[in-house]
Design a protein around this ligand. Structure first.
Ligand SMILES: Cc1ncc(C[n+]2csc(CCOP(=O)(O)OP(=O)(O)O)c2C)c(N)n1
Ligand SMILES: [Mg+2]
Length: 783
């Protein structure tokens, strides 16, 4: 269906110029005018911005509606800020502080920028793919009746052509096709330049085929209207042929060299174009040859207007990197900056007087200023940041699964099943997802209860044929499990999109993703990307460590606790017992929807272990804070055993074996190395940081010292000379740092080599995680 509105193309062209100028000027100001405190190059990407200003003017001031969400190519961040500056929703001081402390960020940031940024970008490819998952989340909310159809919009990614080299794009395409996503536009700024140089033309047409075969409509926007008209002139067919055959590098170099170079080259290669050349001076010829559709407002508006259905659409918009700037087309222009003379020349060409550089409508005569403003004011895009929805669901008490022997993974499955049976808002807002490990991570019972999510009904063929199976596998619009193919990177992008449901669409979901612990590494950058934009989700990883036994070294995880230790925005909990898990899951649901919360990673195990007897509730506060004494040390004790997770039985047995020889021996259960470490460094910081006292003195004494952190308090009863044996089925460095807290000696046990197959007894012996190893390690401390 074609939208029939009268479009003021001239105003849009002037808006494009404003964006090109303001983005260039913002970067220029940061690099050349703002005083530099450290002499570092500030940077910014004038060429990458100029490549997209027409596309963004056509979108933001014409095509986008209020519900549309956009991921902007990281290097076009200044253009997005310029859009909001023209709309009056971005302040000049933010532009002047571009790339400075508290100023507009280099790359669009949901959390740090003051303008509404729908998706953060920076790591190329991820911002693109997350839009496809966001459109799936939108469909989920619509299908569940949580979102009304009139609130739905289009998920749009503005991407550089080199982003098409990122493999995550194609993993995402496959998943998107399976889920029949819609309402998604990806617009490629096809300038055929990456960071290093021009890109290979061999991919020409391949992208079209790849996307088309995944159900996308591909719209190629190659020639602008002026070129189209020239093709109708005598010699036009030869000109078109020549352009189509021209290698990317040649086209870019000729663009840089300008009219004279185009003339000489065309006269030589395509003499049939002579009349066309004769009819134009050098400037006109250069303008004609760079009239690619990605810079042609009429072509862009027409293409966007013609794609108003919900079919996922890839627009390949041919552009020139650095369009309209002195280094247009130069292969080294990615980080190129105009010098003061060049920016002054651009200013003059745009009719902007010196001193008026920041004026939003500088250089426009009265009438056109009026018209341009009117078009800007009519922009339908959302101008304010959406309030983040907090505490939307009451978290019921999570009951502890019964059983004298349990694994945390089985307990996790049981807890979800119980939550599902009990019902309520939380259960209804939980969405589970898994990259083909739903059954083996114990989500089966939950899925049997709640079903797979499919927009179209998916029959459970095996159930219909009465073939016995523990697993129901039917899909429907009310389903609450999104099954993914075996691509962990997609899992994290799915979690990112689900974890932003509240921010994007107004209703918070409680996403739970399950994965094999070692394969977290497959999606690390996407995990970081999700955390960077404060998406909230629960990541549940099993099985972990050599405790996986017979599965062998390829599946036994070693470093995830260290990953978690270094990952902001993600809290690692590693419970050993079912009651700890229930408590920590309850906490996780609270954290997912709390302003000062974060995402949570539960590292679980398939090893069934005897549960501990509890005599009270005292342990709970400590477990939430990262650790508690399972066996309290005597004051002044000379040693403690410290363990985390699955090898709790070995730790307990070692404690029994040593307690008579080491008076007052303590046994510390660490439920979160991550949280203990953070608490420790935070409390150190707080002792040193402002507020200053009246004398401006920042010494710890002057501050009176902060409260000791949880881990400092935990270790306080031990003698200063005491030793710690730390024990975890993971890299020992996850816990060995504990010695730094109070200067205790440490004997760290854990995995430092790849695992192998074997029984737990074999493996714990070989990798020094058994009782003997703990006893030896303790002896080492007293030598
Ligand atoms: C994952 C990742 N790898 C590397 C980079 C560094 N980088 C930034 S931009 C860029 C090239 C971008 O080229 P393109 O996508 O074509 O953008 P444009 O030409 O429009 O600037 C590279 C390699 C990055 N930002 N992210
Ligand atoms: Mg490019």
């Amino acid at each position: 269906m074609l939208k029939k509105t009268s479009v003021d193309l001239d105003a849009l062209r002037l808006l494009e110029e404003r964006l090109r100028w303001l983005s260039a000027w913002t970067i220029h100001n940061a690099n050349h005018l703002r005083p530099s405190a450290d002499g570092l190059k500030v940077g910014g990407h004038q060429a990458s911005c100029a490549s997209m200003t027409a596309i963004m003017a056509a979108l933001y001031f014409h095509a986008l509606g209020p519900n549309d969400k956009v991921a902007v190519k990281p290097h076009a961040g200044p253009v997005l800020h310029a859009v909001h500056y023209l709309l009056g929703t971005q302040g000049r001081e933010q532009l002047e502080a571009f790339r400075a402390f508290s100023g507009a960020q280099s790359y669009p940031s949901r959390t740090k920028d003051r303008i509404p940024v729908d998706f953060s970008t920076g790591s190329v490819g991820l911002g693109v793919a997350v839009t496809a998952f966001a459109s799936l989340v939108q469909d989920y909310l619509l299908a569940h009746g949580i979102m009304q159809p009139d609130a739905a919009g289009r998920m749009v990614a503005l991407m550089g052509d080199a982003e098409l080299d990122e493999g995550n794009i194609y993993e995402c395409l496959i998943e998107a096709y399976k889920h029949d996503i819609r309402n998604c536009w990806w617009i490629v700024d096809y300038n055929r330049q990456s960071l290093d140089a021009t890109t290979a033309e061999r991919m020409f047409r391949r992208f079209d085929e790849i996307f088309a075969s995944c159900g996308w409509r591909v719209v190629t926007l190659k020639y602008g209207k002026a070129l189209e008209a020239a093709f109708a002139e005598p010699g036009g067919a030869a000109l078109k042929r020549w352009i189509d055959d021209c290698p990317n590098a040649d086209y870019a170099a000729l663009t840089y060299l300008g009219g004279g170079a185009w003339r000489a080259r065309l006269a030589k290669d395509a003499p049939e174009t002579q009349a066309l050349l004769d009819a134009r001076d050098d400037d006109a010829l250069a303008a004609l040859m760079t009239n690619l559709a990605g810079h042609d407002m009429a072509a862009l508006v027409e293409a966007f207007d013609a794609a108003q259905d919900d079919v996922p659409t890839l627009f390949i918009a041919y552009t020139i990197k650095g369009f309209g700037l002195p280094f247009a087309g130069h292969k080294d222009n990615h980080a190129g900056l105009m010098n003061p003379g060049q920016i002054a020349a651009l200013r003059e060409r745009m009719g902007i007087s010196q001193g008026e550089e920041w004026e939003p409508w500088a250089g426009l005569g009265g009438n056109s200023a009026e018209a341009v403003r009117a078009v800007a004011e009519n922009s339908r895009i959302a101008r304010a940041k959406r309030e983040r929805p907090w505490r939307q669901a009451e978290v019921p008490a999570v009951p502890v699964p019964a059983g004298e022997e349990q694994s945390t993974q089985a307990a996790f499955g049981r807890i979800l099943l119980d939550l599902s049976r009990a019902g309520g808002t939380l259960a209804d807002r939980i969405v589970t997802t898994s990259p083909d490990v739903t059954v083996s991570t114990n989500l089966g019972a939950w899925v049997n209860q709640r079903g797979l999510f499919r927009r179209q009904e998916l029959a459970d063929v095996f159930a219909a044929a009465k073939i016995p199976s523990a697993q129901k596998w039917g899909g429907h619009a009310a389903g609450q499990h999104i099954e993914l193919g075996i691509a962990e990177n997609n899992l994290f992008l799915m979690l990112a999109a689900l974890g932003l449901a509240g921010d994007l669409f107004g209703t918070r979901l409680f996403p739970i993703g399950t994965v094999y612990d070692p394969f977290i590494a497959r999606g690390l950058d996407a995990l970081n990307y999700a955390c960077y934009q404060d998406a909230r989700f629960l990541l549940v990883a099993t099985p972990s460590g050599v405790t996986l036994g017979p599965e062998g070294g390829a599946h036994q995880s070693i470093n995830p606790p260290l990953i978690a230790l270094g990952q902001p925005g993600l809290r690692h909990y590693e419970p050993a017992f079912a009651d700890e898990l229930a408590l920590l899951m309850e906490e996780a649901f609270r954290l997912l929807q709390s302003p000062d919360g974060e995402s949570v990673y539960l590292r679980l195990t398939t090893r069934s272990i005897p549960q501990v007897e509890r005599t009270g509730e005292d342990w709970k506060a400590g477990a939430l804070a990262g650790g508690y004494w399972l066996r309290a040390p005597a004051p002044g004790a000379e040693a403690a055993l410290v363990y985390s997770g699955a090898i709790a039985p070995e730790a307990l047995a070692a404690w029994e074996a040593l307690k008579d020889d080491v008076p007052g021996l303590g046994l510390l259960a660490v439920t979160s190395p991550d949280l203990l470490h953070r608490g420790w460094t935070e409390s150190q910081r707080s002792r040193w940081a402002p507020p200053r006292n009246a004398e401006g003195d920042r010494s710890p004494q002057a501050n009176g010292g902060g409260d000791p952190s949880h881990v400092e308090a935990l270790l306080a009863p031990l003698a200063p000379t005491a030793g710690l044996v730390t024990l975890i089925d993971a890299a020992p460095a996850s816990l060995s740092w504990l010695g730094g807290v109070r200067g205790h000696k440490v004997s760290p046990l854990g995995l430092e080599r790849f695992g192998q197959t074997g029984s737990l007894a074999d493996l714990y012996r070989e990798y020094r995680l058994d009782v003997d190893a703990v006893v030896d390690a303790a002896a080492e401390l007293f030598l």
